[in-house]
Design a binder for this molecule. Sequence first.
Ligand SMILES: Cc1ncc(COP(=O)(O)O)c(C=O)c1O
Length: 493
Amino acid sequence: MRIPLDRQSETPLYKQIKIYLQQGILSGSLVADTRLPASRQLAQDLGVNRITVENAYAELESEGLVFSKLGSGTYVLAPDPLLSLPRNTSDAPWPLWQQSVLAQDKITRTKLSDSKRDVARHPALISFASGIGDANLFPAEDIRKAVQAVMRRDGIATLDYGERNGYGPLRASIAHILGSQGIQTQPENILITAGSQQALSLVSQLLLNPGDVILVESPTYAGALDLFHALGFKVVGIPVDAQGMQVEGLEKLLQQHHPRLIYTIPNFHNPTGTCLTTPRRRQLLVLADRYNIPIIEDDFVGDLRYEGHTQPALKALDPGGGVIYISTFSKMLMPGLRVGFIAADGPVYDSLVNFKRIHDVATSALVQRALEAYVTVGRYQTHLRRSCQIFRKRRDVMVSSIQRYLPTGVRFDPPQGGLFIWLQLPPELSSEELLPLAREEGVDFSPGIAFFPEGIPGSRWLRLNFVAQTPNQIEEGMKRLGKAIKRLISARK
Ligand SMILES: Cc1ncc(COP(=O)(O)O)c(C=O)c1O
């Protein structure tokens, strides 16, 4: 145990030891039944006389904070609740630098997207707020077996940092998967990241400085907006319609704002669920090339298509080096693996590899190897096919339940894939006003405000995740949402 002692202080050493332990016990960081170090050991560790430690322990015992068991040692007693110290009090304010953290607004935007925080404690809340699949469908058992198998096969290599750009065979598998989707790339152009959030963070930090402008779809993924805000970028939004980003207005924005980067989600866009049409994809590439602006293509759920034709990836249409493609296993498999990747050509690739090393050294070698083992035995493709069947059914149930239980006046376009339905409420209604009523009824969703760069309150939009709940829960959830909307309408009359 390391106890800071001030040998110049007028407070005797035994008292300093006692006060330190007392604070630990009262604040709860030393829990009941913790065995304190033997007095001889602690005296040796601290370079003090054994009597000094014994005096400290005796005083703690006389105050009822510890007890000693003969021949066994000294143990912490559960403290009297009346004596407990609050974690922070006005008598002991946080250091000034901590207070200035509170004053900074780097992470204030995250409050908009953090809708879990004040979820009312409805006993059987049905949530459509999350951004991931149904945890009950995660292939947990397969991944457990894969972890065990690679540990047996590769031994300590699974516990090393591994290659800088990621585990070679996994990069090869990813290049192969991308190749089958028309994106010609090599394992040497793939960089494994800790989820695609890290990919987004690395690319944008490498290419932009605080104060630079980044162009995004409006609305867009709230986690990207939170990140760009925290990094001090100016975010300019370009509207989205049923065909994706309204590229027709892009050139004007490029001339007006001189962005340094364009961030886009062309497939099953988060939150609107739309896909960018192929002509617009081509137009976007032409303009980005003309104005010399890199594009991040975030293909977070590109493989979750339930019907319709796939459009070529921007990266597949790019003649070379203009598009940085990012994707993830979080949505198509499971988020806790924290494996995403970047596919990039040209000098930016090496810079990203080095930048990644500076930021977190490496992504877990064990997880990468297990994932590679899982992917190569074909289980990933089987899992994807199964997920698509299940998710398509859930989408259909949500579409029909919305039509059945929600009042006329709500608007949405059924998506052909992905995770989300983007719903517009009847005129005059705001999704933030609806949220508390919905939670009272036992249903949760993501209000639209979090997805707009401007974050202007009063949005009529809300995002519903249609993959995370079973068909019965979806139907019940839409009934509840319908009730909540009707309550809001009558409250407004
Ligand atoms: C569009 C989009 N991109 C990226 C991410 C980041 O996911 P992860 O870091 O788990 O790969 C998310 C997560 O919700 C997302 O919706």
